[in-house]
Design a protein around this ligand. Structure first.
Ligand code: SF4
Length: 262
């Protein structure tokens, strides 16, 4: 099905070029500012789940920029992928149909204002809600799913994308509703969360403060399941090992040191 009712936008990217931090690292940095220094010069390795997310992103980007909304002609390594990406297209079409005057931005580099956080968002849509007439911004992150389930609530990555996106938009109306979506088709998770301009501004202030702390020599190192899970310093970081030992000793009858670990 060919659809031509919206404009595909390019540019409007806030002149973003280079920054020290990416939105995907923000959750970790907000919990453990010291992880910035700890993970310096350690390369991250992409998981198979991240690779599937990249594939979903590439296919959706192709479908949207060509206004095709069809998966015909695409060769699939796994048939399951065709079905799951079909669900993403259906969901995207529902969002599109609820809006008028739609503009769609794909693969857009966005930079948070007055802050060294830059990333590339998968897709953003702007338009007015057909029923209420309110101006809406929708930013969607494609995750695919299969590894860890990711939620839209208080999601630093999503907030950073919206923050950078709105910073690059010109002539925004006074009242705007901002929505962050995650598409994780393998979990059948297609959820939005609405954020207000005030919440975005508060988040921007918080990130600016934490980034300043992260730059310091004595930035605190704070282990937790959420911060350590994706940290490239995990395994070299004494604090995360101590934390794991403490957790084990608190939750098991045998002490960690009873085992002969090599
Ligand atoms: S492994 Fe955990 S505690 Fe250590 S630096 Fe990384 S996030 Fe912080």
């Amino acid at each position: 099905m060919a659809i031509t009712m919206f404009d595909i936008m390019e540019g409007v990217n806030n002149e973003a070029t280079h920054a020290k931090y990416s939105p995907s690292q923000l959750e970790r940095i907000l919990i453990c500012p010291g992880s910035v220094r700890m993970s310096e010069n350690i390369e991250s390795v992409a998981s198979k789940y991240a690779e599937e997310g990249t594939m979903l992103h590439a296919v959706m980007s192709y479908v949207v920029t060509h206004k095709l909304f069809s998966l015909e002609g695409i060769e699939w390594q796994r048939l399951e992928h065709e079905a799951l990406i079909g669900k993403c297209i259906e969901k995207l079409l529902i969002i599109i149909k609820d809006l008028t005057g739609i503009k769609i931005y794909t693969d857009l580099k966005v930079k948070m204002p007055n802050c060294d956080v830059l990333g590339t968002l998968d897709i953003a849509l702007t338009g007015r809600d057909r029923l209420t007439g309110r101006f809406e911004v929708h930013v969607i992150d494609y995750k695919f799913g299969g590894g860890i389930r990711v939620y839209v609530d208080d999601n630093p990555q999503g907030l950073a994308y919206i923050s950078g996106f709105r910073a690059g938009l010109k002539n925004l109306p006074k009242n705007v509703d901002y929505f962050f979506w995650i598409f994780q088709p393998r979990f059948d998770y297609f959820e939005p969360k609405m954020y207000t301009a005030g919440e975005l501004s508060k988040f921007e202030e918080l990130v600016r403060e934490v980034v300043k702390i992260a730059e310091k020599e004595d930035a605190p190192i704070v282990p937790s399941a959420d911060s350590c899970r994706w940290c490239t310093a995990y395994g070299r970081c004494n604090r995360s090992v101590e934390n794991a030992k403490q957790y084990y000793e608190e939750n098991n009858t045998r002490a960690f040191d009873d085992f002969n670990l090599i």
